[in-house]
Design a protein around this ligand. Structure first.
Ligand SMILES: Nc1nc2c(ncn2[C@@H]2O[C@H](COP(=O)(O)OP(=O)(O)OP(=O)(O)O)[C@@H](O)[C@H]2O)c(=O)[nH]1
Ligand SMILES: [Mg+2]
Length: 344
């Protein structure tokens, strides 16, 4: 199951109570206070990881509590501190305060930590209150309560390249051919019901992450088909691959399909519409009328877009497409670094 929104209540542990105790030993009269401090309550920490791609696990455990600190004991023994509770979230998770809606943290990479609720401090034992005027204090502090918070988690996947297009054009097939991901592929629209990520290995230790999202149809922004809510998962990509079916099987017009999807991208957000993109004409092996590719090329050419014709079945054009993606990602990386280098 793919869950990309979750509400979670977190509660840090309470601090343990400080202890009131006095040293009592046979040959030590009036041994003085010996109550230890309470232990601190455990914190609740969110930590991002690249091993997870969904928030499903929070569905089943919407309340998460860290351990309380133990109470202090006699002989100046400090209570044990509560263990920190670490909750893993997929990289790409945004953390909001559920009440105010304020964005608290954006996990834009793996291995990051965020203190979601601070454990309560343990109370001081009576030993701490010993002074020249009160040499036998009969009081100790209570521990402080742990912080509580209700958090709204929202996942926006992190991928370098997003695959968009009409349903059934072969998006999932492509990702299964170029990566180890094995999403469901079938000859009907809306086979893919949630985003899939695939790591594409270009060799020489170079990889990029590609996201396959459910197909878009006309009116997706109004909720048609599966709607456009999955588009937010490609908002953070650097590059889009817009896939258009070149085969004649569906009897659809590829220029029209291209425009419909472009319109949906625009109505979702201008940021998405202005992302650099490559057009991939798919199912080249099943294309009967080469006029389809030509008209797509002409149409896209006027917008300054490259069209790569591919077939995931025969693998023709795939290498070329990946090379093009690699080049574009490199160009972007270099231009992003350029201002820095100038500054030095
Ligand atoms: N002949 C041919 N068929 C292909 C090619 N790529 C995909 N297909 C077929 O097209 C159909 C749809 O493929 P999918 O990969 O499921 O398409 P999709 O774009 O992910 O579809 P949705 O998930 O529904 O949006 C399947 O029957 C595939 O076998 C190709 O290169 N050539
Ligand atoms: Mg699919």
């Amino acid at each position: 199951m793919f869950v990309d929104e979750a509400l979670v209540k977190v509660r840090a542990g309470d601090g343990g109570r400080g202890c009131v105790a006095f040293r009592r030993e046979k040959f030590v009269p009036r041994g003085g206070p010996s109550g230890g401090d309470g232990g601190n309550g455990g914190d609740v920490v969110l930590q991002s990881t690249s091993r997870l791609n969904t928030l499903t696990h929070f569905r089943y455990q919407p309340e998460q509590m860290a351990e309380n600190g133990r109470h202090g004991e006699g002989s100046n023994r400090t209570g044990r501190s509560g263990r920190e509770l670490v909750l893993e979230v997929p990289a790409g998770t945004l953390v909001y305060d559920a009440e105010s809606g304020e964005l608290l943290r954006d996990f834009d990479g793996p291995g990051q930590r965020f203190l979601a609720a601070l454990g309560g401090r343990g109370g001081r034992g009576n030993t701490r209150f010993k002074s020249s005027t009160n040499r036998a204090p009969r009081f100790a502090e209570d521990g402080l309560p742990g912080q509580e918070a209700t958090l709204r988690l929202r996942l926006k996947l992190l991928a370098d390249v997003g695959l968009v297009g009409f349903p059934n054009v072969g998006k999932s097939t492509l990702i299964s051919v170029v990566s180890a991901a094995r999403p469901k592929v079938a000859d009907y629209p809306f086979t893919t019901l949630h985003p899939n990520l695939g790591v594409v290995d270009l060799g020489d230790f170079e990889t990029f992450v590609m996201a396959d999202i459910p197909g878009l149809i006309e009116g997706a922004h109004e909720g048609h088909g599966l709607g456009d809510r999955f588009l937010r998962h490609i908002e953070r990509t650097k590059l889009l691959v817009h896939m258009v079916d070149l085969s004649d099987a569906d009897g659809r017009d590829c220029v029209e399909d291209f425009e419909i999807v472009e319109r949906e991208l625009r109505s979702f957000s201008s940021a998405l519409a202005s992302k650099p993109r490559i057009v991939a004409g798919s199912k080249l092996d099943a294309m009967q009328d080469s006029g389809r590719l030509e008209s797509l090329r002409t149409h896209c050419g006027t917008r300054g877009l490259e069209v790569k014709a591919i077939s995931s079945v025969t693998r023709s054009g795939i290498r070329d497409l990946l090379e093009c993606v690699r080049r574009r990602l490199h160009e972007m990386r270099n231009s992003a670094q350029a201002p820095l280098e100038e500054g030095n």
